[in-house]
Design a protein around this ligand. Sequence first.
Ligand SMILES: Nc1ncnc2c1ncn2[C@@H]1O[C@H](COP(=O)(O)OP(=O)(O)OP(=O)(O)O)[C@@H](O)[C@H]1O
Ligand SMILES: [Mg+2]
Length: 432
Amino acid sequence: MSPLNKPEMIPVGVIKPPYTQLKTRTPIPMASPALDLTLIASGREAFAAFVGDDGTQEVMTQLANEHGWSESRVLNGGVTEAIQVLADVPTPELLVVDLTGADDPLAAIDRLAAVCDENTRVIALGELNDITLYRSLIDQGVEEYLLKPISAPAIEAAVTAAPRQKGSATQEVKNGRQIVVVGARGGVGSSTVAVNLAWLMATDQNLRVAVIDFDLYFGTIALSLDLEPGRGFRDALANPGRIDGLFIERAMVRVSDNFFVLASETSLDQPVDFDPVAAEMLVEHLRQEFDCIVAEVPRGLLTAYPSLLSAADSALVVSDLSLAGMRDTVRLAEFVKNAAPVGALKVVANRAGAVKKGELSKEEFQKTADLKIDCVLPQDLKPAVDSVGAGKPMAAVAGRSKVVSGLRLLSRELSGVEPVASTSPLKRLFKR
Ligand SMILES: Nc1ncnc2c1ncn2[C@@H]1O[C@H](COP(=O)(O)OP(=O)(O)OP(=O)(O)O)[C@@H](O)[C@H]1O
Ligand SMILES: [Mg+2]
């Protein structure tokens, strides 16, 4: 079922009688007598769909017509019927199966895989909005899982998307790192940290990086990069069924060849239909295309949807060194420890030295909070001001400042790129 090695296309619409009769087959109850399952047995076809309801059938028929495939390949049934029908005949190049009603969709897909030819592309449809199911299906070689009701653009995008490069021994599949950034309090610099880390990974380390601003109303990541975010990101978050490579590609704003942004400037009177499964699917897709995904999530959203942390490689809680910051860091860190994988939590103290009186020292903060601070970034006004003036991150305008040096070290630790050996000319001289 691996979608690699796209087979030679059989001229569409060419189905020559006599159709091979299905061998030992128990009759399948059919809602529509117009559909003839035996049609699928006429050699390797371009397309077949097994769908269980009228709405889906209509959309699939439209798809077939648009691609010049025979409508008769839209069959009534679901994955069980697909398994029965395809057991002894060549499987089509593209197979759409409805998982609705299957007791165990994963087991059903396993059985389907056993009767499918190597290079059949499978798109699954279903009603279960569940990221674990989605991941497992993709792992099993299903190319896309779309939620019902299916829209014509969603199925069209899934069909025309480049086949997933999964399960190939020869082709490398990215499994990008996900870094979640959350501010313990407002104004502590979480957006600054997120955008600079992403910029450093893309520019210093030459990695493919996507930065996501989940603060859909008040996010400042696009602003700090002087970008105009479109509405694609907001649409994607409301429609898990539309999340696919093409859709995401359209929603992303390009900063450079290897640095992309997903952000939104939603007007305040516009409600956002945030679906956490859509967000997880989105990140899951991006992981296949990018080396690092830096996602800034407002703390309210994160606590409402802890599943946003479930696949994070690192979860950064950014705070200042104030007492209130420490208190909120403790609470948020506890939350992150429970929701994110073990060891993902990192505490970043930003704007250290900003307040002369009343600020905790690193040691006081760590002792009272019973938490390790992984990185301290100083308050550094000039880079911050220059950054705003230039519409670029601090790292782009003040690469040698202390705050950017700290961020650079942190970015390497998070992306897994080894720190470069000291570039001091004297040290290089002595090394010879
Ligand atoms: N280390 C730093 N030194 C100096 N200024 C900083 C530093 N970090 C952030 N700032 C500045 O602090 C302000 C707030 O930063 P930022 O917008 O990143 O915070 P935030 O936590 O995302 O805020 P919000 O809660 O409003 O989203 C900005 O003007 C930024 O330039
Ligand atoms: Mg912010």
